[in-house]
Design a protein around this ligand. Structure first.
Ligand SMILES: [Zn+2]
Length: 450
């Protein structure tokens, strides 16, 4: 089993779960972390494959709690195979598939089917999120106990909110007995009213229907109140506004059982990106002055909101980064802004994007790695997201300073919908190891093509 014995030499090993940050060697055997040596090895032990990590950072594989794999039902956008390959390229060794599939993951039969196919087709670990309500229609609770028995890690109707407050109350009550989070897409439909981008000067100038920030925060306020009432576990997905951050911070100060996530795009892009000029503001607005790839739900927000989100990850109010990877076909984007689908293709660009916060001094590299590894593992309540001896050998090798240009045609994802096409990111995933096996190695790709 030579291929499953590896020693990763001379890397800067960062494992926030163990408070570890030092140059060391990581030994992997039979799919598990065997040891992190105190002193770097002088020679490679017999039977081990050596991976040189000099100048690189070695961390646990990233864990994404919010992923749309589109399978079953929308396999032209993404499949379990292509989506997990995109994950591997992005440094993610665990993804969590949202249930807005067709059929919907609202019963054990569908969950069992996806689990079985993931065991066959996925190159990284796929966890499943079950629907809160049947068909995600908000009318009847899904069989949450049955879904929990089938192995789901939480419940969400993502893409749609649970608008009925009593339905949300019941879901949170069940969640506390099941020990799993309710992940409610926070959006008050009656405030959105056909809006397609953030309410503010950019929407006014482009003449696009606006979505007010309160469409999100009003529902988060309700959900926090209901979590207090029931003792249920609330996880707030893709937080996007300063007001939402204030609510979550206040809830945590009162010791409430609330966690929250933010996406790479909400941390780094403002609504000025809607102009399609990578954040530049045009002097003259033309008839085609927008990029449909910036359409996302919740929408890209103001610079003040982005600043509040950054402060919230820095002070721990927001617990994790999650991608909300939402692949869409070209036909969903080559259209008017109104007609375009919501969502950004995020797995392969996530690390380079969030590294911006480290380069700009908002976060330390250690803190950023925690947002992607130990913190999501804590929300899952699993012994993962660490390089502790005996853990699954899910490892990523990173070059925090490598610059690369985003070329969507090179994505492993079946879709190309990113506003970052042609942008340069600083921070690259060099190699991803899942269960002791290499599932992505940018160096071997470079060797083949050069
Ligand atoms: Zn959502």
């Amino acid at each position: 089993m030579v291929q499953n014995k590896k020693v990763i030499t001379n890397g800067r090993v960062i494992d926030p779960a163990q408070g570890l940050d030092r140059v060391a060697d990581v030994l992997v055997a039979d799919g598990k972390i065997a040891e992190i040596t105190d002193a770097p090895l002088t020679e490679v032990p017999d039977g081990y494959e050596a991976i040189d990590a000099s100048g690189l950072v070695v961390t646990p594989g990233f864990i994404d709690l919010h992923t749309h794999l589109r399978d079953p039902g929308y396999e032209w956008k993404e499949t379990i195979g292509s989506g997990t390959e995109a994950a591997a390229r992005g440094g993610f060794t665990t993804v969590s598939a949202m249930p807005n599939t067709d059929p919907c993951q609202d019963n054990a039969a569908v969950v069992d089917d996806v689990t079985r196919r993931a065991a066959r087709d996925a190159v990284v670990r796929v966890l499943l999120i079950g629907a809160i309500t049947k068909g995600r229609k908000g009318k009847t609770l899904s069989p949450m106990g049955e879904l929990a028995d089938a192995g789901v890690i939480g419940f969400s109707d993502d893409g749609d909110p649970v608008s009925d407050s009593n339905m949300m109350r019941q879901a949170l009550s069940y969640s506390s007995s099941l020990g799993l989070p309710i992940i409610n897409h926070a959006e008050v439909h009656s405030l959105v009213r056909g809006g397609v981008m953030n309410e503010g000067p950019v929407a006014t100038r482009l003449g696009l229907p606006p979505v007010p920030a309160s469409a999100e925060s009003v529902m988060i306020a309700r959900d926090i109140e209901l979590a207090m009432l029931t003792g249920g576990r609330l996880h707030v997905p893709h937080v996007s506004t300063a007001a939402s951050v204030d609510l979550i911070r206040a809830a945590k100060q009162r010791g409430r059982n609330v966690t929250a996530e933010v996406t790479p795009h909400h941390l780094t892009l403002t609504d000025s990106w809607v102009y399609g000029l990578r954040g530049e503001v045009p002097d003259v607005v033309t008839a085609v002055a927008y990029d449909t790839n910036t359409k996302v739900n919740p929408p890209l927000r103001s610079a003040e909101d982005v600043a509040a989100l950054r402060a919230a990850v820095a002070d721990g109010t927001i617990d994790i980064v999650a991608t909300d990877h939402a692949p869409h076909a070209a036909t969903d984007e080559v259209c008017t802004y109104d007609e375009a689908a919501h969502g950004i293709n995020a797995l392969e660009t996530a690390f380079g994007q969030v590294m911006q916060l480290v380069h700009e001094g908002v976060l330390s590299l250690n803190d950023l790695i925690a947002l992607l590894t130990s913190r999501p593992a804590a929300i899952l309540g699993r012994k993962s997201g660490t390089l502790a001896a005996g853990s699954e050998a899910d490892i990523v090798l990173l070059d925090p300073d490598a610059e690369w240009m985003v070329s969507p045609n090179d994505f492993a994802s079946l879709s190309r919908n990113t506003p970052l096409a042609g942008a340069t990111l600083r921070g690259r995933v060099v190699q991803t190891i899942y269960g002791g096996l290499s599932v992505w190695d940018s160096r071997s790709v470079a060797a083949v093509t050069s």
